[in-house]
Write a protein that binds this ligand. Structure first.
Ligand code: AMP
Length: 278
């Protein structure tokens, strides 16, 4: 049976009697099979699974994006229940940010490029809320998707630096059959945009192919991704990156583990995706 709690007091009381270890899956709701894969992993590895559902206003950089973020608690609770989640924590904004809240957790270098550069303040919002969630839940493990690879890196750095003992577990990206990474934002794509969106994965797959074939020039891999995206008129690329997988610094030569990342808009919907190279 899935239990739903909202206030910190309810959460504390429920966690006090929960068998350990505890696995936490932080989400912003509008759950899909990507979230479900995190939940399944958390269930397999822990005695108690907790999912948080909180659309965090601090990590949105445009007010309209926050306002139009899809929400349906009843739908989400049905998915949590089917996934066998023990506890859903669905707090109000005031249960996460106490009155007068005035602290920002800001991670340095790894939060600066890519999403950090494209969405100033986004990772401050992410690090701040995740620090609060991890502290309040006190889970042994917390599960994050590699779809948001930079987010996993930022959260790992934050937990290490702030001595938060929760282990941060990265989980593989779940995709539609045509390669499009599942995302709550996909719901905003109209049918023609939805048909165009798999170009992100095609571009990444082309880079992976070239890399497997021996290409070690990062610029050559960026060029093949740009060329693939250029073949899709609806795709408006924001960045095309081949970066060091440890630091996210852009590379010249692929002489170490790397990650290829893309941010591309279709109409008013912005999608991101990535693939490891090595
Ligand atoms: P969100 O609700 O979008 O904030 O996502 C909550 C968690 O689910 C984050 O750790 C995401 O990285 C992860 N996630 C989102 N989409 C996917 C996906 N397609 N595959 C795997 N994990 C995902």
């Amino acid at each position: 049976m899935t239990r739903v709690v909202r206030t910190r007091a309810e959460l504390r009381a429920a966690l006090a009697v929960a068998p350990r270890p505890i696995g936490l899956v932080p989400t912003m709701g509008w759950l899909h099979d990507g979230h479900r894969s995190l939940m399944d992993r958390a269930r397999a590895e822990n005695a108690t699974t907790v999912a948080s559902i909180f659309v965090n206003p601090r990590q949105f950089t445009a007010a309209d994006d926050f306002a139009r973020y899809p929400r349906s608690e009843s739908r989400d609770l049905a998915i949590c229940s089917a996934a066998g989640i023990d506890l859903v924590w669905a707090p109000a904004v005031d249960d996460v940010y106490v009155p007068g809240f005035d602290t920002t957790v800001s991670v340095g270098a790894v939060a600066a490029p890519l999403e950090g550069a494209a969405r100033p303040g986004h990772f401050d919002g992410v690090s701040t809320v995740v620090a609060i969630l991890l502290t309040l839940v006190g889970a042994e493990r917390a599960y994050f998707g590699q779809k948001d690879a930079q987010q996993v890196m930022v959260v790992r750095r934050m937990a290490l630096d702030l001595a938060i003992p929760t282990e941060i577990v990265g989980c593989p990206t779940v995709r539609e059959p045509d390669g499009l990474a599942l995302s709550s934002r996909n719901v905003h794509l109209n049918p023609t945009e939805r048909a165009a969106a798999p170009v992100l994965h095609r571009a990444l797959a082309a880079a992976v192919d070239r890399w497997r074939g021996g290409e070690r020039s990062a610029e050559a891999l960026r060029a093949i991704m740009r060329a693939t995206l250029a073949g899709e008129p609806l795709a408006r690329p924001e960045y095309v990156s081949v970066a060091d997988a440890a630091t996210l610094a852009e590379l010249d030569r692929l002489d170490r583990p790397a990650i290829a990342s893309l941010a591309v808009s279709f109409g008013s919907t912005r999608l991101i995706d990535n693939e490891p190279l090595g």
